[in-house]
Write a protein that binds this ligand. Structure first.
Ligand SMILES: *[C@@H]1O[C@H](CO)[C@@H](O)[C@H](O)[C@H]1NC(C)=O
Ligand SMILES: *[C@@H]1O[C@H](CO)[C@@H](O)[C@H](O)[C@H]1NC(C)=O
Ligand SMILES: *[C@@H]1O[C@H](CO)[C@@H](O)[C@H](O)[C@H]1NC(C)=O
Length: 398
């Protein structure tokens, strides 16, 4: 009897202990979430509500998250590249045609930058507060003969690449689509990569459009950037979700919805992306469309990219979580195979690389890297069009 009482007493104590530990953990997580939100959402001079539900905060340029980085404490913003590559973009195009939806409801004032506000739910959707805004480790496609056997945790690629040189810039024009996903924790992206280093320790910057409900809470097509200096092991993140990228442009918000997008058999809409290394500062500048440069990744963030890139890639990436047993039906690009051609398949065109003197030209000798051609494929066509993408699951990709 006595034994029984003390045992049940012990059980109650244990239970209480578990409950209180659980409460403490929940409280700690809440605190962590609040701290992260405070770090990400800087005081705004003005806030703009976008028709897509985003809130865009206009934050003073020196208040942006980059300056939380210990290495950047004394960093003086480079407001313009010392050497803007000229003749690459049509300078006569009107800059009023900024393909971002929030512009319908306002603009940010001078000396501020637009930042998409991070909501509590955005953070709660992440695996952990620690991993918010980060990409899975080891998911940079680094094509080697042995690499093709490695299935990257469900990351599938249909890309072309240039390697073997020293690259100081890259460019592409991509048409924009809204691929559907099979489930919320998958994603689909179309992008341009600049990479340097070794498999274990890759420096990379990436830019393009993606659909990523895990990150944003919706299935819209958004502009993104991404960087790492250790193959996404512990550094780097999307957009301004950690300090790294320094933004100077007041008209373009990273992570904002791109509009309009292409339709199957209908009008096609493109974006042009350009990354180049400033020969004076060494910073990697990003230009979006024909607009004034968006900002840069400071050279000091990187070990290998501080010199040059050794691998440039263009194409699509889709995450296959195999939640229905077979291959995911998550689409890449337009969701149609490259063979369907213009107006139906997604493409990159006018891809270029830059040499040390910032001279841009078409790359010599590009190769394909395709993890599963029966699910997502690549096809080279004339006039510099490279079609890529596919439907994912289909009779040949069960
Ligand atoms: C920033 O400047 C202060 C004052 O000059 C100096 O003490 C500090 O070491 C500098 N920090 C870095 C990271 O350079
Ligand atoms: C996004 O798409 C997935 C897959 O079709 C769906 O399950 C999810 O509900 C969608 N999310 C939103 C926020 O619309
Ligand atoms: C990589 O980035 C992290 C985080 O920004 C930084 O602390 C570290 O110094 C960087 N490493 C190199 C080799 O530059």
């Amino acid at each position: 009897m006595k034994m029984y009482v003390s045992m049940s007493y012990g059980l109650v104590v244990l239970l209480l202990l578990i409950i209180s530990l659980w409460c403490i953990e929940a409280k700690m997580q809440q605190l962590e979430v609040q701290q992260l939100l405070k770090r990400l959402n800087k005081p705004a001079v003005k806030s703009i509500k976008s028709p897509d539900g985003d809130i865009i905060d206009c934050v003073r340029i020196y208040d942006q998250p980059a300056f939380d980085h210990p290495l950047l404490k004394n960093h003086t913003i480079q407001m313009r590249p010392s050497f803007p590559p000229s003749g690459l973009l049509d300078e006569n195009e009107e800059s009023s045609s900024i393909p971002q939806l929030w512009h319908q409801n306002g603009r940010c004032p001078e000396d501020t930058i637009p930042i998409r506000r991070t909501k509590k739910d955005d953070v709660l959707r992440a695996n952990s507060v620690e991993r918010y805004g980060k990409k899975s480790p080891g998911t940079i496609p680094n094509p080697t003969p042995s690499y093709s056997q490695v299935f990257l945790n469900g990351h599938e690629f249909a890309i072309v690449f240039a390697r073997g040189g020293k690259y100081y810039g890259a460019k592409a024009t991509i048409n924009v689509w809204n691929p559907t996903l099979e489930q919320t924790y998958e994603f689909s992206m179309s992008e341009l990569w600049l990479i340097a280093g070794h498999t274990e320790q890759l420096d990379a910057v990436e830019v393009g459009w993606h659909v990523n409900p895990g990150l944003y809470g919706d299935n819209r097509t958004r502009l993104f950037t991404l960087w790492t200096n250790d193959s996404f092991r512990s550094t780097g993140c999307y957009n301004l979700d950690c300090s790294g990228f320094i933004q100077v442009n007041k008209d373009i918000a990273l992570g904002a919805v791109i509009s309009p997008i292409s339709s199957y058999g209908g009008p096609q809409y493109e974006i042009t992306l350009l990354i180049w290394k400033d020969p004076k500062s060494g910073n990697w500048w990003l230009q979006y469309e024909n607009l004034s440069p968006l900002g840069y990744w400071p050279s000091s963030l990187f070990r290998y990219l501080s010199d040059s890139a050794s691998l440039i890639e263009w194409g699509g990436e889709a995450l296959d979580l195999k939640s229905n047993g077979g291959h995911t039906s998550t689409k890449m690009g337009s969701g149609h195979f490259p063979g369907e051609g213009f107006g139906k398949a997604s493409y990159f065109r006018d891809i270029q690389i830059a040499d040390q003197s910032n001279h841009f030209q078409a790359p010599q000798g590009i190769n394909n890297f395709i993890t599963r051609p029966s699910c997502y494929d690549v096809r080279h066509a004339d006039k510099g069009y490279i079609y890529y993408g596919g439907p994912g699951r289909n009779p040949n990709c069960p």
